[in-house]
Design a binder for this molecule. Structure first.
Ligand code: R5P
Length: 301
């Protein structure tokens, strides 16, 4: 097996390769002054099973174009099979039409992955069950992994009983129930009703369903602007929460999110490394846990 990495999350790719006693294979990714990319596979891939690790996050367009060229170069160079490890599948929140006239951007991405002859996709905590269906329809083998088991370990380390799991919107209730199962159902679950203005992106948390406790853990799939979490945390605080933690699989941290989360009432933000948080985007309250063992285990299957 050969492992290639795009430039979005080389640190995760290196951890995966190391656990499999491999080094990253050589690839050249050149960016021209006009920001076009040129990709060249250096190691020989003829008749080899190849893994490509490339996530998205901030700059999804840049990383997707890079990925598409990597996939094309591997097939042209004769790779026998290609497994795409795309820990954060960008555009996944655009998985259906919200308002008439919109594109279903995620379907476009999956069509391109299919066209570029990917045999298998490994990804984490996809936003909706509908996304699994897209892959099934396209006959692409999907391994849908989750960082929840890693978060369950962190919660066990925290200890204590006065804890409640919170979904910051109705779409995330399934997620906290799965996490509660991993915690042997000892932790209660509550949810928040939220409204997002699709034109301005502003978020308002309107109502809590369930009983707030002193310590709360808000669990989400993605943190982009951080507005969902900050608004949920403010409402929980007003309703009696004293220590507020956040756990989310994908930390995009767009725009002012790092500063806003740092100055919020949230005590700690734990994300996984499906997206690499660059040094200049890290903040004191941030903790990153790694999902690489889950990827290597899946690749070995
Ligand atoms: C929404 O349905 C998602 O699960 C996240 O809650 C949302 O995408 C987070 O975005 P932001 O951090 O910009 O509020």
């Amino acid at each position: 097996m050969l492992i290639f990495s795009g430039s979005s999350n080389r640190s995760l790719a290196k951890k995966v390769a190391k656990r499999l006693s491999l080094s990253l294979s050589e690839i050249e990714i050149h960016t021209f002054p006009d920001r076009e990319n040129r990709v060249r596979v250096i190691d020989k891939v003829l008749d080899k099973d190849v893994v490509v690790v490339q996530s998205t996050g901030v700059s999804p367009n840049r990383y997707y174009m890079e990925l598409f060229f990597i996939l094309d170069s591997l097939k042209r160079s004769g790779a026998r099979s290609v497994t795409l490890v795309i820990p954060y599948l960008g555009y996944q929140r655009q998985d259906h039409i919200f308002r008439s006239g919109e594109a279903v951007s995620l379907e476009v991405i999956i069509n391109l992955i299919k066209t570029l002859k990917v045999d298998r996709v490994i990804s984490f905590d996809l936003h909706s069950l509908r996304i699994e269906e897209f892959f099934k329809t396209k006959r692409i083998r999907l391994s849908h992994l989750s960082a929840l088991s890693v978060f369950a370990k962190e919660i066990k380390k925290m200890g204590g009983n006065d804890l409640v799991l919170v979904s910051p919107d109705m779409g995330g209730i399934r997620r906290i129930k799965l996490l509660a199962e991993l915690l042997e159902n000892k932790t209660p679950c509550i949810s928040i009703e939220k409204n997002r203005d699709l034109n301005t992106g502003e978020v308002e948390s309107t109502k809590i369903n369930g009983e707030v406790k002193k310590r709360v853990i808000i669990v989400d799939d993605v943190i982009s602007t951080g507005k969902t979490l900050i608004s949920a945390a403010d409402l929980l605080k007003k309703n009696g929460a004293e220590e507020i933690y956040v756990m989310a699989t994908h930390g995009i941290f767009a725009g002012d999110a790092p500063e806003n989360l740092e100055k919020s009432i949230i005590k700690k933000v734990i994300v996984s490394d499906t997206i690499e948080v660059r040094k200049n985007r890290r903040f004191n309250k941030l903790q990153v846990v790694s999902v690489y063992p889950l990827i290597t285990k899946t690749l070995e299957k």
